[in-house]
Design a protein around this ligand. Structure first.
Ligand SMILES: O=P(O)(O)OC[C@H]1O[C@H](O)[C@H](O)[C@@H](O)[C@@H]1O
Length: 575
């Protein structure tokens, strides 16, 4: 079956895409009263406590959605059926279906960079057909996947040897942002998965991202150059941090191994800029490519993630991750709106951010393996949706881009949950798994260790939603002077996602779910979620400072282009 085998025939080409009505630009939506209609829901929802909303069992049932073995429960959101129906209307008017179809059809929806957004093609089965400018990109994708399988098999089996003839057991990945965060998230998440852990026996994977030289020391600590493979990961192969770190580690290899010829055996690259990898001295046979239609923050499914993860865990496990991502793509495309998890979560996040005025969203995985999930989602969501103008350049008339933050539970409960319970209202995503990667059951304990963890996963959303009233505290015999301090207002929205187990397949599903949630939000706001011009200005100014420091370290330099406070601080630094 082709990738589009299940896909409605009418969405198959960009011409057919035109069968959908054009999405209505946000400003027009505002004028047409759709958002104000939704805004009209706000006073009602603000004045109705979740305690009341949750008394309606039919409402709660309608907000318990299942996709295969993944469950989304959003009855603890400050919405009723009328609000939800207006949100689904909004999705329709904003053209979410049409924009989604354009993305999957390879249209250049990243308009400011003139690029398609085809990361789903990276996880499509070999037999799929996804066209960009009339060319099926899937065979190209699988050509690189096959090459990475071949290379990682050789390294893992010891057939590929280092400069001194030893097998390469350790890998250092050098990359930053999208060329780092997703890879580290998946690496960490699989480290304790039994199948992946067995496959990684005797191997090490390290990351070097920060240009801070301390990170070099940490990444190389205890490594032997003779057994170390360096993977330089950079889409553009121009990122200042990555280039300097790559040169630093190359110098370490050459020093340790005594010859510049070691590079051919110890350095490989993942990039779209093959001319630049060659200029760096990397043999083009050791470069694994990808394409400009893969955004950095969506690139873990490409060579960016697949190579390093295959070296550590073997290609078979990484393929399960790809298949999980593809399963979520299918769900996102096929499932009706009311059962469509990325759509619902995107709508709820927009409702909370743009209508209810909550500026943050807490992402709370009850799974220590997801320790690097939130940093990855921060880049994915905040770099995508931290935008101030719409596609046509006009200012977005509503608040966009929430501050995504979080920590695994239960650690976060002993840290910032105080603020969530009695301080600010922060809509939250609770993420849990039915089974643990490491089941532990102690004789004499009331529950298994995983059930202990999950008791908190189930309790916290109710504590946030229901709170505890002064009357209840009085009935518990709490002294009068403590009642105010111990009162929990409740009425704090959350949603809960329950998955079977944290393995490669479900990690793929979870990450693709969050990618599509991000896209849905951007489509509702009519912003471009796929560019990132906001990261440029700081880079340009850093270049000026770099030039100044270089001169200043040699003697004197002209600081006249800097602000007076900046000059003062620079002078102090150079003292
Ligand atoms: O992969 P690279 O070209 O080295 O880019 C690494 C990162 O740096 C950029 O500044 C962007 O903010 C990120 O989206 C990107 O992932």
């Amino acid at each position: 079956m082709t990738f589009f085998g299940w896909f409605p025939q009418r969405w198959k080409s960009s011409v057919d895409v035109c069968l959908f009505p054009e999405p209505v630009p946000l400003a027009q939506q505002m004028a047409s009263g759709l958002w104000s209609d939704l805004k009209g829901q706000v006073p009602k929802m603000k004045s109705t406590h979740l305690r009341s909303l949750m008394q309606d069992q039919a409402r709660n049932d309608s907000m318990f959605v299942q996709s295969g073995q993944m469950v989304l429960d959003y009855c603890r959101q400050k919405v009723d059926s009328e609000t939800m129906s207006k949100l689904f209307d909004l999705a329709e008017k904003a053209g979410v279906e049409q924009r989604k179809a354009k993305m999957f059809a390879g249209e250049r929806i990243n308009q400011t960079e003139g690029r398609a957004v085809l990361h789903p093609a990276l996880r499509a089965p070999r037999s799929a057909s996804i066209a960009l400018d009339g060319q099926n990109v899937v065979p190209e994708v699988w050509k690189v996947l096959d090459a990475m399988k071949g290379f990682s098999d050789k390294v893992r089996s010891g057939e590929w040897k280092g400069f001194t003839g030893k097998a390469l057991t350790d890998v250092v990945c050098i990359g930053i942002g999208g060329s780092y965060l997703g890879v580290e998230f998946v690496y960490e998440a699989l480290k304790t998965d039994p199948e992946a852990a067995a496959a990684a026996q005797g191997r090490k994977l390290r990351f070097l991202a920060n240009v801070d030289p301390i990170d070099v020391q940490r990444a190389l600590e205890g490594l032997n150059a003779e057994t170390t493979l360096v993977v330089i990961i950079s889409k553009t192969f121009t990122t200042a941090e990555t280039m300097l770190n790559a040169k630093t580690v190359k110098a370490w290899l050459v020093k340790e191994l005594g010859s510049a010829d070691c590079v051919a055996k110890h350095v490989v690259a993942c990039s779209t800029a093959l001319d630049k990898t060659q200029a760096f001295g990397i043999d083009s046979n050791n470069v694994f490519g990808f394409w400009d239609w893969v955004g950095g923050r969506f690139s873990v499914w490409s060579a960016v993630g697949v190579l390093a993860l295959s070296l550590q865990y073997g290609f078979g496990i990484v393929n399960q991750f790809l298949e999980g991502g593809h399963a979520m793509d299918q769900h996102f495309q096929k499932a009706p709106a009311k059962e469509n998890l990325p759509l619902i979560i995107g709508l709820l996040d927009v409702w909370n951010c743009s209508m209810m005025g909550h500026e943050g969203v807490a992402i709370l995985p009850y799974c220590q393996a997801l320790v690097r999930f939130v940093p990855h989602i921060q880049q994915l969501d905040m770099e995508s949706n931290g935008k101030r103008v719409q596609m046509d350049g006009s200012e977005v008339p509503v608040g966009t881009g929430a501050i995504n933050f979080g920590e695994p539970g239960t650690n976060g409960q002993h840290s910032f949950y105080q603020l969530m319970h009695q301080g600010r209202v922060i809509p939250s995503h609770f993420i849990g798994f039915a089974a643990s990667q490491n089941p532990v059951e102690l004789p004499g304990e009331a529950v298994s260790n995983h059930d202990e963890l999950m008791s908190n996963f189930f309790a916290q959303p109710d504590a946030l939603a229901l709170g505890k009233t002064a009357e209840e505290l009085k009935a518990d015999g709490i002294p009068e002077k403590l009642i105010a301090h111990k009162t929990f207002p409740g009425d704090r929205p959350s949603l809960s996602l329950l998955l079977p187990v944290c393995n490669a397949h479900w990690l793929g599903q979870l990450l693709a779910l969050y990618e599509h949630r991000t896209a849905v939000q951007g489509w509702l706001w009519d912003i471009n979620s796929f560019d990132q011009w906001g990261v440029e200005l700081g880079k340009v100014l850093a270049k000026e400072v770099r030039g100044y420091l270089s001169q200043a370290r040699k003697g004197s330099a002209d600081d006249s282009k800097f602000l007076t406070p900046t000059k003062k601080l620079l002078a102090k630094y150079l003292e």
